[in-house]
Design a protein around this ligand. Structure first.
Ligand SMILES: *Cc1c(COP(=O)(O)O)cnc(C)c1O
Length: 380
């Protein structure tokens, strides 16, 4: 996605001051240092500007899934500590070693590949071990833990690696009081103790994602790894918004205003029929840009402070809103807010998620296509 200075046809405005504010909230609630998780292009907000804003606001480190994401941050001149935790046999560990990325390994095979890359470069490289304590996704499998611990200690003794951190990911972070959260923390403590017995104690431990960082300071340990809360969305809506500020506002410039006569249908298959003579407006945003097609007819947008319903099918590039018989005073070029902070009556990403049976993580990270990003509240 490109970045523009002013409003475009379809604009995701990213408030970097909100990102900075949210870092402050997370530092306070967790009582510890923040690894700002900027994977997936910072959940659709733009990894480089978000990383810079988070670091300037006191985030201590960055976290990403793929090494390619870590390298993009380095190429932008960001020299903060970056941990990357999702690799495949074709991952370029040599590039990660050269760029000084903390590689979180999930298996003895991955560790061996990293040791090989470090050896070829003639350096000691920084490694985190990602332990599977119940999610059964990434992380060292239970049956491989003993041999992994021995291999880590050996690699450290041979100065191929420096074992910096031990991490795990919560199964039920969004149910913060579930006993599994504490059990996973205990399993991580046990794994760290195994490494200490082998002479390779990890220097740091982290397991908390956003919900735990907000309400389980006992799980904070040395660092927390929030993603969604950094972007201002509460992962625990039943327990409030924690003072977080949503960072993304999605707006579209109205491309066309026109009359539709009573009884006429609007958009593909005429799923909406005008109940009376009315005025409609076209908004240049569709499912190719991240407006879910299943949202058709189930959302409203804000124009000049007023709410107007979306009508008919959401198409690939556009959808239509009903302005009512008097046209609502809306003219071509006016700006429609699709979702935003929700503090002035408009929809939020969470409203879209609720209406489509998903979570706001998916709504935010799916904003794409012709959307251009505009940064406010800081240096882009
Ligand atoms: C994505 C991710 C996070 C951030 O999770 P949120 O629920 O968005 O806070 C933290 N840790 C790992 C390993 C992740 O993959």
């Amino acid at each position: 996605m490109t970045t523009v200075a002013s409003t475009a046809a379809l604009t995701a405005t990213i408030d970097l001051a909100a990102i900075a504010h949210n870092v402050g909230v997370l530092r306070a609630t967790s009582g510890t240092g923040v690894i700002a998780v900027v994977k997936a292009d910072a959940y659709g907000h733009g990894a480089v500007p978000v990383a810079r804003a988070a670091l300037a606001a006191g985030a201590r480190e960055l976290g990403v899934a793929h090494i390619t994401e870590a390298l993009e941050l380095r190429q932008a001149g960001i020299d903060a500590h970056i941990t990357s935790w999702l690799h495949t046999p074709s991952t370029d560990f040599a590039a990660a070693v050269a760029a000084g990325i903390d590689i979180a390994v999930s298996s003895p095979r991955q560790l061996a590949a990293v040791v090989k890359a470090a050896g070829e470069a003639g350096v000691t490289t920084t490694v985190t071990v990602k332990v599977d304590t119940g999610l059964n996704r990434s992380g060292v499998a239970v049956d491989e833990w003993d041999s992994m611990a021995v291999a880590l200690a050996k690699a450290q003794a041979q100065e191929s690696i420096t074992l910096r951190a031990i991490m795990t990911h919560l199964v039920r972070g969004d149910e913060p009081d579930h006993p599994l959260n504490s059990q996973q923390a205990e399993r991580l403590d046990d794994a760290a103790a195994d490494l200490a017995r082998l002479g390779a104690p990890p220097q740091l431990m982290h397991l908390a994602n956003s919900p735990a960082a907000l309400v389980r300071p006992d799980l904070s340990r040395d660092l927390v790894r929030p993603g969604i809360a950094l972007y201002g969305r509460t992962p625990l809506p039943d327990r409030g918004d924690f003072g977080l500020i949503p960072a993304m506002t999605l707006t579209g410039e109205i491309s066309l205003v026109k009359k539709v006569a009573q009884g006429q249908g609007v958009s593909y298959s005429h799923t909406w029929i005008a109940p009376c003579d009315t005025v409609v407006a076209v908004i240049p945003a569709g499912y190719a840009d991240g407006v879910p097609r299943v949202l058709s007819g189930r959302f409203e947008v804000l124009v000049n402070g007023r709410s107007f319903p979306a009508i008919g099918r959401v198409c690939m590039d556009q959808f239509v809103i009903d302005l009512g018989p008097d046209g609502g005073g809306v003219t071509e070029g006016d700006v429609a807010e699709l979702f935003g902070r929700g503090d002035r009556g408009g929809a939020t990403a969470a409203d879209w998620a609720d209406a489509t049976g998903t979570i706001d993580y998916e709504i935010l990270s799916a904003i794409r296509g012709r959307t251009v990003r505009r940064y406010i509240g800081g240096e882009a």
